[in-house]
Design a protein around this ligand. Sequence first.
Ligand SMILES: [Fe+2]
Ligand SMILES: [Fe+2]
Length: 151
Amino acid sequence: MMVWTSSMESGIRSIDDEHKHLVDFSNIVRNASESQRARLCDRKLLNSLHILFRNICEKEEDLMFRIDYPNVDKHMIEHSSIMSRLDMIILNFEQTGDSTPMVDFIHDWINTHLKAADTSLASFIQKRKQDNAQSAAQAPKKTRPEAGRQS
Ligand SMILES: [Fe+2]
Ligand SMILES: [Fe+2]
């Protein structure tokens, strides 16, 4: 059972919601019996998973460029290998009907990407927010310029 923790949060609502969705989904699939799982993991579900993963990766990549994230290249390489692996799994499922690789895939994604690369990105964002708040608090107060006087 995977539990969502605040350290996994990026602070970007749409990304966090999709990550949580995947964690919940992983728990459902892992707790399902083999026959329940076979019913659950159909082609339609794998296609929606593919769309969900692609959306998450694209949103994170846009965000990383926007905030000038230093590890953007490494993170993007991980995304592209995640997407290639998912493509293979969908192909394999179509040929064999075996859902086990998909379960392993989501489990690995949580343990190797979400808990590492995504969590590093989340802490970078959280630190950036704190730094911005701190420098705003320390900035000298500006006084409002006097309204132009007519002479
Ligand atoms: Fe990511
Ligand atoms: Fe992610």
